[in-house]
Write a protein that binds this ligand. Structure first.
Ligand code: SAM
Length: 270
């Protein structure tokens, strides 16, 4: 997968050379390039921002600089060339006022050949930038990584990139480790809690069933714990389950937790 990132702080992305992301680059699975938006400016101050039209505090990122940069990285220097867009990267802008980035988005984007991220700063980027590239046929996405405001898009891009790339075939040493995770798959739940050795630590034992060697019982215990934790922390994920996909034991656990499971999706009883 080829990844281009545009930022006014491209050095931020040196961390991408560490850990699994670094190994994936060394293996040739990933090619990450961070570009400095200021390289596309023409004034002595290399300015990328201007005051907001309509007034208000702060500065907004200018469309002209972004368009020179994006035209080049998208591979079309004149708008008329944009009709033949095969092989154009998915263009992604982090934005706190956009829909939430989820595991489902990460899974979809892990199949892309090329991603191009644009990091916002200040009060954000001129709203016409994503609109324009959408109108030119580019697959443009805007995502928030959570209900809070960061100083810039760099952290958000790192978060999205880590979630996306670890789902690429060949990225993880053990591919099984991404199969049964929180938020993953059709009947997505929060994962059960994890333990390692020793069996007793500072007087606290791991749940006995995990030491039993009975795989059926271990699986059931973990599934019940996943259902129970999801019920407590993210009941919206229980509401999204397909009742037809629940087995008898799941139904029993959910009913004990106060859910009605006879309709299409579980419903919390008052
Ligand atoms: N004025 C904007 C607002 O209130 O929605 C906040 C702009 S923020 C200070 C500057 C940049 O940081 C944004 O353009 C975006 O790229 C990034 N950013 C901040 N919070 C984010 C979040 N929760 N998710 C994704 N990107 C975020």
């Amino acid at each position: 997968m080829k990844i281009d990132i545009v930022s006014v702080f491209p050095e931020y992305f040196e961390v991408m050379n560490l850990s699994l992301m670094g190994k994936a680059q060394a293996k040739g699975l990933l090619e990450i390039k961070a570009h400095n938006l200021r390289d596309w400016t023409h004034d002595v101050h290399h300015s990328v921002d201007d005051t907001p039209v309509g007034g208000g505090a702060g500065m907004v990122m200018k469309p002209e600089v972004w368009s020179e940069c994006l035209d080049e990285l998208l591979g079309f220097s004149r708008p008329s060339e944009s009709s033949a867009l095969s092989g154009t990267p998915v263009l992604i802008f982090p934005n706190p006022s956009a829909p939430l980035f989820t595991q489902r988005d990460a899974t979809e984007l892990s199949h892309a050949d090329h991603l191009l991220f644009g990091c916002g700063r200040y009060e954000g980027y001129d709203a016409r930038i994503p609109d324009y590239y959408r109108s030119q046929g580019v697959d443009v996405r805007e995502y928030s990584i959570g209900d809070y405001v960061l100083n810039g898009g760099e952290v958000a891009v790192s978060v999205m990139l880590e979630a996306i790339t670890r789902l690429m075939p060949g990225f993880m040493g053990n591919p099984d480790s991404i199969v049964e995770e929180s938020y993953t798959g059709e009947g997505a739940l929060l994962e059960h809690r994890q333990y390692t050795k020793p069996a007793v630590w500072r007087g606290i034992s791991v749940p006995e069933v995990l030491l039993s060697g009975n795989h059926g019982k271990v699986d059931r215990f973990r599934r019940d714990e996943a259902l129970t934790r999801t019920n407590e922390i993210r009941p919206d994920l229980i509401e999204a389950l397909d009742c037809k996909a629940l087995d008898k034991a799941d139904r029993k656990t959910l009913m004990a937790l106060g859910w009605e499971v006879s309709a299409t999706h579980p419903r919390k009883l008052d």
